[in-house]
Design a protein around this ligand. Structure first.
Ligand SMILES: Nc1ncnc2c1ncn2[C@@H]1O[C@H](COP(=O)(O)OP(=O)(O)OP(=O)(O)O)[C@@H](O)[C@H]1O
Ligand SMILES: [Mg+2]
Length: 348
């Protein structure tokens, strides 16, 4: 059985201007012990999806369709108390700015021990022992449990948060850009510790980042999102050798270090993600895709199987060789940039 099955999930934010269709028809599964990387540009709905799985959407967030089955039960229909038990015990989240959520008035140890005790029947002594264990795993000395947040560096605080998330042996860890606020060296170290822990505890993980190069080392599966939809889903092994979707090919140019591309030729995808308000027609990537046709302007491409454990949402999977060749050229993306400028003049 899958640990997690997200099925045709739709999420909206209700705003004064109308509904923002922030996630649409997202489906994926996660087996026990499997790690999946969720990537995509800022605003594509990654955090929204993560918060929804934790049922932590803000008040104006609405699950407008689909299911989230966790250990075979649909958590979309669970009540607040059932969800509270699920959090931390079963599913733990390490968020983008988690280190700022530590309470300055209490020591870090007090906060972790309180977290453990409010979710288990552990005695204070047992909880202290567990806190010391998780501190050791994440590379913090146990005397640090007595520190107040202001006595710790950013890297230490983020480690403490990760320790807190792991203290109850969750089956699923959702890490939403857990190291973005830290410098690169600390980032690398923490990332390898997280992977180590995940392997040791056989937890599953959803790892969210906008940097696809991190995923190649960390996750078995990659999901590329754009404008609230899945564009490509693949085993990392296959993806990092040969991505398929035009958007993935564009992302690949922006992160050449993991692929055999000349580093001198960093090309970013011109334009910006689509506005998710109002009616959305055709492919979400159409404004920025160098290969779009009339069909892409009108018809939404469904996510289709193109190989074992490999799916893409593009009308033209058979043209992949041509797309791969063309997407390596600067002129290809320059054409998109010119087209966007021309179209905006037309709108003015
Ligand atoms: N409470 C809210 N009300 C209305 N719109 C929101 C709300 N929260 C987020 N959004 C919008 O929803 C979209 C998706 O946001 P989300 O935070 O899920 O993106 P993300 O992929 O995590 O981006 P980032 O990489 O910057 O963290 C964005 O356009 C954002 O502005
Ligand atoms: Mg986010």
């Amino acid at each position: 059985m899958n640990l997690l099955e997200v099925k045709n999930l739709d999420i909206d934010y209700v705003t004064k201007e109308g509904n923002l269709k922030v996630v649409r028809d997202v489906s994926f599964t996660l087996k026990q012990g499997e790690s999946v990387g969720l990537v995509g540009e800022s605003g594509c709905g990654k955090t929204t999806l993560a918060k929804t799985i934790m049922r932590l959407l803000p008040d104006n967030g609405v699950i407008s369709g689909g299911e989230i089955n966790y250990k075979g039960e649909n958590i979309v229909t669970k009540n607040k108390e059932e969800i509270r038990k699920l959090r931390l015990n079963e599913i733990a989240m390490i968020s983008q700015s988690a280190m700022n959520s530590l309470n300055p008035v209490y020591t870090v140890g007090e906060q972790i021990i309180e977290g453990i005790r409010s979710h288990t029947n552990m005695s204070k002594k047992e909880a202290i022992k567990r806190a010391e264990e998780v501190f050791a795993i994440i590379g913090l000395e146990k005397k640090r449990l007595k520190s107040y947040p202001h006595q710790m560096s950013g890297g230490m605080k983020q480690r403490a948060i990760i320790a807190m998330a792991l203290s109850l042996n969750p089956s699923l860890i959702i890490a939403d850009e857990p190291t973005t606020a830290l410098d690169v060296v600390v980032q690398d170290k923490i990332l390898s510790q997280i992977t180590e822990i995940q392997k040791q505890t056989k937890s599953s993980m959803i790892f969210i980042t906008h940097d696809i190069s991190i995923i190649s080392e960390l996750c078995e599966t990659i999901i590329v999102m754009y404008g609230g939809k899945i564009m490509e889903k693949s085993s990392s092994k296959v993806f990092f050798k040969a991505p398929y979707h035009p958007y993935s090919l564009g992302l690949q140019n922006a992160f050449p270090s993991i692929l055999d591309i000349d580093k001198g030729d960093l090309i970013s995808i011109p334009g910006a993600p689509p506005n998710l308000m109002g009616e959305l027609k055709g492919c979400r990537f159409k404004e920025r895709c160098p290969f779009r046709t009339d069909k892409c302007m009108e018809e939404l491409p469904e996510l289709k199987e193109i190989g074992e454990d490999h799916q893409i949402a593009c009308h033209y999977p058979e043209r992949v060789d041509e797309f791969r060749e063309e997407s390596k050229k600067k002129e290809t993306w320059q054409m998109v940039s010119d087209r966007i400028i021309n179209e905006s003049k037309g709108d003015a």
